[in-house]
Write a protein of this length. Sequence first.
Length: 250
Amino acid sequence: MKYLIGILAIGVVMASCKKKQDDPSPPVEPVENYIRVDVNPFFGADMLYLDSVYSFGNGDLIKFDEIKFYLQDIRNGSNLMVEAGLFDYRARGKKLLEVKGEYSYFNTIDANLGVDSATNHMDPSGFPTSSMLNIMNSNDMHWGWNPGYIFVKVEAKMDTIPNATELFDHTIVYHVGLDANLMQVNFTNATWNAIGNNTHALDLKLDMEAFFAGPTPIDYMTEYTSHAAAGQEIITAKVMNNFKNALTLY
């Protein structure tokens, strides 16, 4: 009888062990990593905030109403970060984009400043609602009257009369798009910083004083508007080229 009880006990233990071995381990949830790119606007050495007043070296005053731009086809070789990022300082703060991805793939970044010609003429309502190219997200960065996206938008007001009264009656409006004005930007030796929640961030700098200064200076008294229309080719080219050079790694 004792022998039988012993056999049964061994059988129970073996069955229990086998059950534990057969039980699958709980599934390990994959970790989703994120990458974020922020743009930090400056005016020379000063952080730039919309509606705040900044001074040029000659005493002229400026305050910015809008700063917006598209970076599109953001990648490093065959590694695509995201189809498009939209910087809208008033609506979205410093954030250009935040997507799932591995930051280590993007020590170098190439992108379009603007939107490539094929994408530029697609139906903006046809993009996924998560895309910054969708009409609900692009909003006033897409021309309804002239199919295509606005690549760079800068709006500001200036006071150019040196007296105690700040009028800000000189208006600056640059809305530049069209295929011919597309430019490419490149950032090398990008430094990503861990900011928590499996996210790494890259900071860019946009210096709006440098935007006016060059490489080809913009005379804001006479070159104060462009909608990329015929006859505005010179100022349009200055806007795009200067904006490209004003956008750097931070």
